[in-house]
Structure formats: structure tokens, C-alpha cells
Design a protein. Sequence first.
Length: 325
Amino acid sequence: MAAHVGLSRSAVSRAFTEGASIHPDKRQRILAAAKELGYQPNFFARTLSTPAQRKCSNLVAILTSDFSNPYQSYLFEELSTALQLSGKQPMLLNVKQAEDLDQAILRLSGYQVDGVIAVMGSLPAASFSQCLKLSLPLVTMGRADERGRIPSVQTDNYRAGQLAAQHLLEAGLTRLGFVCGRADGQASIERLAGFGDALTEHRGDAPQVLHAGRYGYSAGFEVATRELEVLRRLEGVFCASDALAMGLLDSCREVANLNVPRQLRVIGCDDVPQAAWQGYQLSTVAQPVADMVAAVLSLLEKQWQGLHSELAAVRVAPSLVLRRT
């Protein structure tokens, strides 16, 4: 590249380094030649050769799991897009088990990532202590740190449960149920609490609880098929995720011959893109994903700037989206 434009390697390096001293005309000449040649500098190699106090890879790792739930894919797309627009490059790690987490974080330190976004609501925040030991900037999504050491961003899940209950109660329905996701999932636990408390306050009784064990479509289909007689007795059901609700809907149509919404009202939670598909038109409690992603990037930026006293657990308000179900 340097030989092609007749300039030194250091001049080419400065042209691709933000804030480096180089004449604008020379920078434009180098960038034009790079475009012509299809040249792209190796930013990772450059990071390895940079003095420690100036290392910046622009890599941000996103730790996630359970891609059977479309919300994870939806959230990853939104996070990765926002990171790229801010000049960062997302790096995905799919962590299946809690015991794999420490090893995954150690691998990330080898890549010199600038930060970590952990989208893993079933793992306790203490699982991410390795990040703290390595001084890796970290934000969790889906689970808050009770110790207050790790910043987090979540939907107000308790409020999500309240919104679903209020809508079903206002429709005049009394026999209501809730389909749980993971037994250890903080979001599912909090959504049930909000839903149950709203029912108790209004009528004095608790919802019928159905245990799916997971958040995915197949779990929703299976629990609905297994609990057909329970569903036939209910008038409305709130599911801990949209994927569960869509599985339940298909079981009602294909197995139970149960009409939604005439015989059973169904509400999901998340508002993934598939919820608006014509085949589902699922009523749901929407997670404000754009606001959540903005909050995550803000918390990372504060850590990069050393503003640790401004870190917090952020809760973002959900909203009810009414469709056909």
C-alpha cells in the first residue's frame, strides 16, 4: 500500500488512525488508493503493537445463549448495529453453560476487547466476577447485580406483568393463566410477580401457572399440548416470551382446535418482529429495545471514561401492543 502511493508506512498508518497528524490532502490520497486496491488495515494487529496505556481494539463482545428464543437474535441485531454505528465492532460468543463462562471471558481478554455486554438472564451476576478481576467494562442485560457492582439494563418486567393483567381484566376476563419460561430466569419470575399481584389486588386470587421450563417456541407448543385441558378452562393467558406465546398459539390451532381470541386471549412479551407476522398478529408487551440498547452503550461509555460513580441498574418502561390475539 505504502509503495503504491509513494509514501511511508507511517503515513499510511496515520491516515487510518483517528486523530493522527497528517495533511488532509495526503489522507484523501491514501484513502482513495485504499479504495481502489481494496485495502483494509489490520486493526487487531495494530492493537497488539500499541503501548499498553493506549490499547483500544474497538471490539465489544456480546455474550448470549438460547438462540431458540427469537428475542436473542432480535436483540443481537440491534446491539450489533448500534455498536457499529458508534465505531465499535461486535464479537459474538454463544455460552451454553454457566461453567463455560469463565473460560469464555479469559478468551476475550486475549482479544483485548474494549467491553462486554452479557445477555444472559439465567445466570447470576456473580458469574461475571472474572470480568471484574480483568477490569473489563461490563454491562449485563436480563439480570441485575444485587451487590450493585455491575451495571445492568432491563425492562421493568414487573410492570410488564401488570400491563398484561390490566388488559385482560379490563376485557372482563376472570380465569387467567401465566406460562413461565426458565425457572431461574429473572425476567419470567418478575413478570409472573407483576401479573399475579395485579390479579390478587383486583380479584383476590392467583393465576393458573403453567411451567414451560424454557423461553422458546417448542417449549410453548409442548406446554400447551400437555396442558390442553387447563387451557380450555382459561379465558386468557400471559406468556413470559413471544416465542412461548407463538408456540402456544400453534398448539391451540393444530392440536386443541381452540379459537384465539374468541375462546382464549393470548398475550406475549418482547414484541419480536415475528409477533407482527400475519400468521400470528400477537398482542404483546413490548420491550423498549432501542432505549435499552442506548442505555447499554451509555453505561459502557461511562466506564471507558472512568465515570464509575455514575453506573447504575437501569430499568426501562415497557408498553402494551394490541394486535389480533
